[in-house]
Design a protein around this ligand. Structure first.
Ligand SMILES: [Fe+2]
Length: 283
C-alpha cells in the first residue's frame, strides 16, 4: 500500500482512520516477521510445529512487542526439543514456560529436556494431572507472557487432568481467540477416553461447556492430527465433528466401541510424563 494513500486516508473518516491504523499495524508486523494469518494481533508471534512419529503439534507463542519477547511452548516433544530451542534462539525469543495440556501416553514430553538445556524455563501442567512440574495450574488461572496471557480451562475426559489453554479475552489480546485443546477436542474427532482416568461423559461435557461456549470464530489447535489438518474453529467442530455433534448417549456408545489398542509408547511415556519428562529415559 502506497504511503501517500495511508496518509491521505488518515483524514477521510473515522472508519477509514481505523482501517488505516489496522493496515499500518499489519505492515509493521509483516516487516518484523511476526504477523500470522491466524491472528490480527500485532503482539502475538505464533508458530505451529509438528513431530511426525507421534503426529504431535507443538505451539510456540511469544509477545514480540515486549522488550524481552517472552515465549512459551505448548506440548513440546522430547525428540524435537533441539529444533524448538534453535527456533526460539534464531528468533531472539526468551522462552519462559513449557506447558503440557495433559500427561501424554504416546510420546515423552519435551519439558524435562528443555529445563535441562535451557535453565530458567518453568514447566507447567494442571494440578489435577497429579504430575510434577514447577507450576501446577488450576481452572481460571492465567499464564502470562509479556502483555499476553493464556486462560486455563479444565477439560477432563481424555484424562482426568486435561486442560485447554485459551488466549485471553480482551481488546489487547489476539483476535480471534485461540484454544489449545490437547486431546480433548481434535479436528473432526476427539481423544480416546478408555484409560488415564478418562470418561466419555466427562469429555462430552468438557467440550460442550468449556470449548463450544467460546466465540464461534475461536481457532482450535489440537495436540495431534492424523489426517493432515492443522486448524479448525469452534463453529466448524460444532457443525461437522462426527462425534461431538451427536447427543451424549450416542457419543458414549461411539467411544465405548472404538476397541483401540493401547499406544506403543504408553508404558514408557506415562511414567516419564508424570515427572514432566525428567526421569532417566535412556535405559
Ligand atoms: Fe493424550
Amino acid at each position: 500500500m502506497p504511503i501517500q494513500f495511508i496518509r491521505s486516508s488518515l483524514f477521510a473518516s473515522p472508519k477509514n482512520l481505523l482501517r488505516t491504523l489496522f493496515l499500518v499495524t499489519k505492515l509493521r508486523s509483516l516487516a518484523m516477521g511476526s504477523y500470522t494469518a491466524s491472528s490480527q494481533s500485532s503482539k502475538l508471534f505464533f508458530r505451529q510445529l509438528f513431530e511426525k512419529d507421534s503426529s504431535t503439534y507443538t505451539y510456540l507463542l511469544a509477545d514480540v512487542s515486549h522488550p524481552d519477547k517472552p515465549a512459551l511452548l505448548i506440548d513440546p516433544v522430547d525428540k524435537t526439543v533441539d529444533r524448538d530451542l534453535s527456533l526460539v534462539k534464531e528468533l531472539g525469543l526468551k522462552l519462559i514456560y513449557a506447558l503440557n495440556t495433559h500427561v501424554h501416553a504416546d510420546h515423552i514430553t519435551g519439558t524435562g529436556l528443555i529445563k535441562t538445556k535451557s535453565p530458567g524455563v518453568k514447566s507447567i501442567i494442571s494440578k489435577a494431572s497429579g504430575s510434577k512440574a514447577d507450576i501446577l495450574v488450576e481452572p481460571g488461572d492465567k499464564v502470562s507472557f509479556g502483555d499476553l496471557f493464556l486462560e486455563v480451562r479444565a477439560t477432563p475426559g481424555h484424562t482426568l487432568g486435561c486442560v485447554t489453554y485459551v488466549t485471553g479475552d480482551g481488546l489487547d489480546q489476539p483476535q480471534p481467540r485461540m484454544a489449545f485443546t490437547g486431546d480433548v477436542l481434535l479436528i473432526r474427532g476427539c481423544g480416546r477416553t478408555d484409560f488415564q482416568g478418562g470418561s466419555s461423559v466427562q469429555l462430552y461435557k468438557s467440550v460442550h461447556s468449556q470449548i463450544f461456549t467460546l466465540p464461534k470464530d475461536t481457532l482450535i489447535y489440537p495436540a495431534h492430527d492424523y489426517k493432515g489438518f492443522s486448524v479448525s474453529t469452534v463453529e466448524e467442530e460444532m457443525l461437522y465433528n462426527p462425534r461431538l455433534t451427536k447427543n451424549q448417549e450416542t457419543f458414549k456408545g461411539i467411544m465405548e466401541n472404538l476397541n483401540l489398542a493401547y499406544p506403543k509408547m504408553m508404558g514408557i511415556a506415562v511414567p516419564a510424563n508424570m515427572v514432566c519428562g525428567l526421569q532417566d529415559t535412556t535405559s
